[in-house]
Design a protein around this ligand. Structure first.
Ligand SMILES: NC(=O)c1ccc[n+]([C@@H]2O[C@H](COP(=O)([O-])OP(=O)(O)OC[C@H]3O[C@@H](n4cnc5c(N)ncnc54)[C@H](OP(=O)(O)O)[C@@H]3O)[C@@H](O)[C@H]2O)c1
Length: 257
């Protein structure tokens, strides 16, 4: 496709910057926009025929409502948000442009995104979908097309359950009152790895993880499942009978793997 100019709102940092680099490498003119940018957001929308929303989850809805009406029919409005149902619905409701939800399943720190997964939620139009798929696949990304609902359901497992587990570990460690320096002296390699993950979640982008958990439509279901699982484990080990817990692990492994 000819004459493509991309505007990335939230392109001064994180995933927006990653996407800007990818598209620039492909030869497309890319304008990144952040809150301190000199360019007016209305001018950005006029200049570009692809507008990408890549701001923090907590700012995404308001940004789509502000920018969506500025993106005309025939252009593309897309986002990189870690959740898909609400942003895609809002992009559809607030614009007449083609709409694609996009979630790269990795962070901006990856050295090379080749081989990583990306989920696309096409919502309106075909021509931009073909363009976007081509750009991503050309760079070695594994692209899957899903509905926003399917996406959010799976993210309830891959992100909500996963991060809840990390947060529970970090909170419980804090409650022990033992310092991480002292804990580290006793650590096994696997524990050290887990402590590194806790540190990343608690110190690098706590707001991102909090939004991913708080805003997923299935979070309540996942929390109930997590609480039930802990209660079941408590029952299993209450009697001090390791064999019952071991049997439960063997049974679960049979189902999971
Ligand atoms: N980080 C990840 O691992 C990851 C992975 C996949 C998808 N995502 C998604 O990517 C999106 C951005 O996340 P990120 O981690 O890249 O965030 P980030 O590193 O904090 O970058 C956010 C960008 O948005 C701008 N921004 C911040 N607050 C804003 C506000 N209130 N209004 C308008 N612009 C604002 C920032 O620029 P200025 O400060 O210059 O304004 C920056 O360019 C989120 O939807 C997230 O779910 C993130």
């Amino acid at each position: 496709m000819k004459d493509i100019t991309v505007g990335i709102i939230g392109g001064t940092g994180g995933m927006g910057r990653w996407f800007a680099d990818l598209l620039q490498k492909e030869g497309y003119p890319v304008h990144v926009w952040g809150r301190k940018s000199a360019m007016d957001i209305n001018d950005l929308a006029t200049l570009c025929n692809v507008i990408v929303i890549a701001v923090p989850i907590s700012a995404t809805a308001a940004m789509i409502e502000r920018v969506g009406p500025l993106v005309p029919e025939g252009s593309l409005l897309m986002d990189l948000t870690s959740l898909k149902k609400e942003p895609v619905e809002l992009m559809m409701a607030n614009s007449r442009a083609d709409v694609i939800g996009c979630h790269p399943l990795f962070g901006p720190g990856v050295d090379d995104a080749a081989g990583e997964n990306v989920i696309l939620c096409p919502a309106r139009g075909q021509k931009w979908l073909i363009w976007l798929r081509n750009v991503l696949e050309k760079n070695g990304l594994a692209v899957m097309e899903k509905t926003p609902e399917e996406h959010d359901k799976m993210m309830a497992i891959v992100q909500v359950l996963n991060h809840l587990n990390t947060i529970s570990l970090g909170m419980a460690l804090t409650e022990t009152g033992v310092s991480s320096e002292k804990i580290s002296k006793y650590a096994t390699p696997i524990f050290q790895t887990k402590l590194g993950i806790v540190k990343k979640v608690f110190t690098e982008s706590p707001g991102l993880y909090a939004d991913i958990i708080a805003k997923n439509p299935d979070t309540d279901k996942i929390l109930k499942l997590y609480e039930k699982t802990l209660a079941d484990i408590r029952q299993l080990i209450k009697s001090g009978d390791a064999a019952r817990l071991k049997d439960a692990l063997v049974q679960a492994a049979g189902k999971l793997f």
